[in-house]
Write a protein that binds this ligand. Structure first.
Ligand code: MV4
Length: 502
């Protein structure tokens, strides 16, 4: 076992990783920026190393600072968590070259799956179903027109170096394709330093369902069921479940085996996720791979009883997996709510500030992964995820009822959060029946918030607007580096990707 591990992250995931280290007798070392001096991840570590100013590109995204910190601490391994440097190829290579161990995939596999077109080629070669379209970047407007005719409109143009919804364009008809191609390509060039664009057939009202897997050396790869991630707001996941209400054991096995073939073809090791789109007829299509531990991994852990971070650490040390495919049994249902410091009653506006009161939920079937505590001030520099509130129960219905109970116990004062949003979701009939697709949240929340006008004239609204202006002003420095990704998780991903191309 490693004796010491550096956690190259912050917030709830750094706390999560430190907990796994503690359980395995590994000493966790934290890193922190100016804004994180008093953060929880620093308090739970054995040692903490200051790595720079508050903006992530002066601290958590600086490869040399992370590697120097690991060496200074005498750590043998680095866990990158999610976001930040977790999917940055240059970082993976630098760690490999420094003689330290990355708790992550081989740099080569990260690179292969980081490009959407190369990931599609691998999936196709592995015999997995991919969304019809090109596996190579489009060469010209004429090429785009030809492929679009072949697969049939509507189609989507996507950036080869994009992901997570950024740089996508829906093209409904022949007359739109030329201008859409030119625009998508120049957008991709400015956002990702790579103008490559490819084409996919548009899948209407899909579900987003992903397979969790973990791989060790020599192609020893096991899948741990699926997660239902269709509940997203503007490409940002808000609530995830395991299992999916529409996946039965037969479909799970087919998706799982396809996912394992893809990972094996990429030479993948480490925890990873294969994302699929699932259409109304329950056909599934490979979308992309996430080569990291994901935010929503706890729902899989609750249903399979396996600890993905323990397992990541074991395989990073060169061991084989501690379980076989046949030993993976799914039991009951788990749901995760992402609790953000955002005001769900006011268009999810950021709500940083001091948490003056915090009453955290507990009781049977509750898991609460948090990077915050009462008295802590939520920094404005990073992703505003405060905590992940997860429940487990024998059935999906019991899990929803438990979630309603847990949300009623949860109290956060001093800042606004997304808790009121989840209280509404658990009451929604379509959600309770499991009948939803990726468009559900935007429809549901729009219909609920048809009034009042979010930019009304009353004084509290004006105060909110002033607060937001102040936040945006402070964030402007970081925002300039940022290609404007739709989701926070993918914003982090993009920081890393763009950094590695520059
Ligand atoms: C699609 C699609 C429909 N057809 N691709 C959005 C995020 C990115 N990872 C892929 N996305 C989509 N790709 C084809 N060919 C619809 C979406 C999509 C979506 C996917 C998953 C979760 C939420 C979504 C919301 C809107 C659109």
């Amino acid at each position: 076992m490693f004796k010491k591990l550096l956690i190259a992250n912050r917030g709830e995931i750094a706390v999560r990783i430190a907990r796994a280290c503690r359980e395995l007798g590994i000493s966790p070392v934290a890193v922190y920026s100016d804004a994180d001096r008093a953060s929880l991840h620093v308090r739970v570590a054995d040692q903490a190393i200051h790595i720079g100013a508050s903006p992530a590109n002066e601290s958590y995204l600086v490869i040399d600072k992370i590697i120097d910190a690991a060496k200074k601490a005498g750590a043998e391994a680095i866990h990158p968590g999610y976001g930040f440097l977790s999917e940055n190829f240059a970082f993976a290579e630098a760690v490999e070259q420094s003689g330290l161990v990355l708790v992550g995939p081989p740099a080569s596999a990260m690179k292969l799956m980081g490009s959407k077109t190369s990931a599609r080629q691998i999936a196709e070669a592995a015999g997995a179903p991919v969304v019809p379209g090109t596996v190579m970047p489009l060469e010209s407007i004429e090429h785009a027109q030809r492929v679009a005719e072949e697969v049939g409109y509507p189609v989507m143009l996507k950036a080869a170096s994009g992901g997570g919804g950024k740089g996508m364009r829906l093209v409904r008809s022949r007359d739109e394709i030329a201008s859409a191609f030119t625009l998508a390509s120049s957008e991709a060039a400015s956002s990702f330093n790579d103008p490559s664009v490819y084409i996919e057939k548009y899948i209407d009202s899909p579900r987003h369902i992903e397979i969790q897997l973990i791989g060790a050396r020599f192609g020893n790869i096991v899948y741990l069921g699926e997660r239902e991630c269709s509940l997203q707001r503007r490409h940002q996941k808000v609530l995830e479940e395991c299992p999916s209400p529409v996946v039965d054991s037969e479909l799970r096995q087919r998706m799982g085996e396809a996912a394992v073939s893809i990972a094996r073809a990429a030479g993948y090791q480490n925890a990873g996720t294969i994302e699929f789109l699932v259409d109304r007829d329950r056909n599934f299509y490979f979308l992309e791979m996430n080569t990291r531990l994901q935010v929503e991994h706890p729902v899989t852990e609750l249903v399979t009883g396996r600890d993905l971070v323990h397992e990541q650490l074991r395989v990073a040390e060169g061991n084989k997996l501690s379980f076989s495919q046949e030993e993976i049994v799914m039991r009951g249902a788990a749901i995760e709510c992402r609790i953000y410091a955002e005001d769900s009653e006011n268009n999810f506006l950021p709500s940083p500030g001091r948490i003056t009161k915090l009453v955290t939920p507990a009781g049977p079937g509750v898991r609460y992964d948090s990077g915050s505590y009462q008295g802590w001030e939520v920094p404005i520099h990073y992703d505003p995820l405060l905590a992940k509130l997860c429940v487990w129960a024998e059935t999906r219905e019991a899990a929803i009822n438990r979630l309603a109970r847990v949300l009623s116990e949860y109290t956060v004062e001093g800042i606004r959060t997304t808790v009121p949003f989840f209280r509404a979701v658990v009451r929604n009939e379509e959600f309770r029946r499991g009948e939803f697709d990726t468009g559900f949240i935007d429809r549901f929340w729009a219909s609920r918030l048809n009034s009042p006008d979010p930019v009304g004239g009353d004084e509290s609204k004006l105060a909110d607007i002033a607060a937001i202006a102040a936040i945006l002003h402070t964030r402007a420095g970081a925002a300039r580096q940022e290609p404007g990704a739709a989701t926070i998780e993918s914003r982090w991903k993009l920081y890393g990707r763009v950094a590695q191309r520059k």
